[in-house]
Design a protein around this ligand. Structure first.
Ligand SMILES: *[C@@H]1O[C@H](CO)[C@@H](O)[C@H](O)[C@H]1NC(C)=O
Ligand SMILES: *[C@@H]1O[C@H](CO)[C@@H](O)[C@H](O)[C@H]1NC(C)=O
Length: 385
C-alpha cells in the first residue's frame, strides 16, 4: 500500500507539469475561439498581398541585402498534408518556390512575385511539396524539405536569383530524415533539422494525432555533417516545428504541442544543452531571427479551427461552387505573431482573423517591414512598423 502510494505520488508529480501544459493548451480552445478572440495589432499598417498569385505558403526567408524574400508555397497541401495527416487519393498539384521583391512596396503582383524554376530535379515539378526551407547566403545554398508522395526528403539546391533558378545538387539521404519539417544551416557543411513526429502521419494518422494531442516527445532535432552525411539525434521534443539560430551559441526550437520555444546551447560536438523554455500563449509554428537578434514567433491561437480549416480546404477550394459555399468554409483559423528577446521577454505583435493560419513571420529591420505566411491562406501578410 505504502509502496503503491509512493509510486502513485511519484507518477503524479512527474505528470503534473505535463497536466499543467495540457490544461494551458485546452484553455486556448475556449479563450481563443474565433468569436471570442481578442484581436490586436501593434503594426503601423498591414495588408494581405498577392492573394491571386500565392496560396498555402509555409516558409519565408529574407535576403536583406537584395531586398528579396524566398517563399515556399504548396497548393497541394489542401489534399496532401503529411504533418497534419490529410491525404486525398486524387492527383495532387505540386507546390513551388517564389522570390518576392519587397524592396518596392507598390510593385504589381507580376513584377513583385516570381516563380523559381527547378533545374536538374529528378522528379521535375511533378512531386514537389516544399515545407521548411533554409537559405545559406554565403554559398547560395537552398535547403528544402520536400514532402514528396514517395517519401519525405531534404533536397539541396543552388540558388541563382538573377536567373530565377534553383539547380538541384543532391538529395540528403539518411534514415534519420524521417518526418522532416524545418532546417537551420549553421555553416556550409552543417545543418540541424527537426523531425516533427515519431509516428509519420502518412504511415499511421491515428498514432501521429495521439502523439500531437498527448504532447509525447517523439519528435527530434537532428544534426547533420554534410561532408560525411553522418547524422545524430541531439534532442527529443514534442512536435518540434520551427528551428532557428538565435546567436553564435544558441539554437531555438519551437514545440507546437507543448507550446513553447526551447533554447539550447550548441556544444563544440554539436550536441544541444537545454538553457530554458519560453512559454507562448499560442500553439507555435515557425521561428525566425531578425538582424537585431530578435526571435520572431508565429503560431496558431486556436488549434480546433486550424484542424477544421486544414481538413476542409480541398472542399473550399474545389471547382464546384456549391462545395465552396459549404458552411464549414466560413470557419477561419486566427493568426498570432510575437517577438522575444532575453532583455524584453515576450511581446505580442498581432492576433487576428484578417489573415489566417499564420505559420512564419520574418522582418527586415532596416526597412521596418515584415512578412507573415499562412499555411492555408491566399497571399501573404505584409506589415510596416
Ligand atoms: C522556419 O523558418 C526557418 C527560418 O527562420 C527555416 O529555416 C525553416 O525551414 C522554417 N520551417 C518551416 C516549416 O517553415
Ligand atoms: C545568445 O542568446 C542567449 C539567450 O538569449 C544568451 O543567454 C546568450 O548570452 C547569447 N549569446 C551571445 C554570444 O550573444
Amino acid at each position: 500500500m505504502y509502496l503503491k502510494t509512493t509510486i502513485g505520488l511519484i507518477l503524479l508529480s512527474l505528470a503534473s507539469p505535463y497536466l499543467y501544459d495540457r490544461e494551458q493548451v485546452l484553455e486556448t480552445f475556449f479563450r481563443n475561439a474565433p468569436g471570442k478572440l481578442n484581436k490586436f495589432s501593434t503594426f503601423k499598417e498591414y495588408e494581405v498581398k498577392f492573394a491571386n498569385k500565392l496560396r498555402n505558403c509555409e516558409d519565408a526567408l529574407l535576403d536583406e541585402a537584395m531586398g528579396l524574400a524566398i517563399l515556399s508555397c504548396d497548393v497541394g497541401r489542401d489534399k496532401w498534408n503529411t504533418v497534419m495527416g490529410n491525404f486525398h487519393n486524387e492527383r495532387v498539384p505540386s507546390g513551388a518556390l517564389y522570390i518576392y521583391d519587397y524592396s518596392n512596396f507598390d510593385l504589381s503582383d507580376e513584377a513583385a512575385v516570381k516563380r523559381l524554376t527547378l533545374t536538374d530535379f529528378p522528379s521535375g515539378d511533378t512531386d514537389f511539396h516544399p515545407l521548411g526551407i533554409e537559405y545559406y547566403v554565403p554559398t547560395s545554398t537552398l535547403y528544402v524539405v520536400n514532402h514528396a508522395s514517395t517519401g519525405s526528403t531534404i533536397e539541396i539546391f543552388h540558388l541563382s536569383v538573377s536567373s530565377l533558378t534553383a539547380t538541384h545538387i543532391r538529395t540528403l539521404k539518411h534514415p534519420l530524415v524521417h518526418t522532416p519539417n524545418s532546417i537551420a544551416a549553421i555553416t556550409d557543411t552543417e545543418i540541424y533539422f527537426t523531425n516533427d513526429h515519431y509516428f509519420p502521419a502518412r504511415e499511421n494518422t491515428l498514432l501521429a494525432k495521439a502523439e500531437t494531442y498527448l504532447a509525447v516527445p517523439g519528435g527530434s532535432v537532428v544534426h547533420v555533417n554534410l561532408i560525411t552525411d553522418s547524422a545524430k539525434i541531439v534532442a527529443h521534443i514534442p512536435f518540434p516545428n520551427g528551428i532557428a539560430v538565435l546567436n553564435e551559441t544558441t539554437l531555438a526550437v519551437s514545440s507546437t504541442s507543448k507550446p513553447g520555444v526551447y533554447l539550447y546551447t550548441m556544444t563544440k560536438q554539436s550536441d544541444l544543452v537545454l538553457q530554458k523554455v519560453i512559454r507562448v500563449p499560442s500553439l507555435i509554428d515557425n521561428l525566425s531571427v531578425d538582424a537585431n537578434g530578435k526571435l520572431l514567433i508565429a503560431g496558431h491561437p486556436h488549434a480546433p479551427s486550424l484542424v477544421t480549416v486544414s481538413g476542409a480546404r480541398a472542399l473550399c477550394n474545389s471547382d464546384k461552387p456549391e462545395e465552396r459555399e459549404s458552411e464549414v468554409c466560413k470557419v477561419r483559423a486566427p493568426s498570432w505573431v510575437g517577438e522575444w528577446t532575453e532583455e524584453a521577454g515576450l511581446r505580442e505583435l498581432y492576433q487576428g482573423l484578417d489573415f489566417q493560419t499564420s505559420c512564419t513571420a520574418i522582418r527586415d529591420t532596416k526597412k521596418g517591414l515584415g512578412i507573415v505566411t499562412g499555411l492555408y491562406e491566399r497571399g501573404i501578410m505584409v506589415w510596416k512598423e
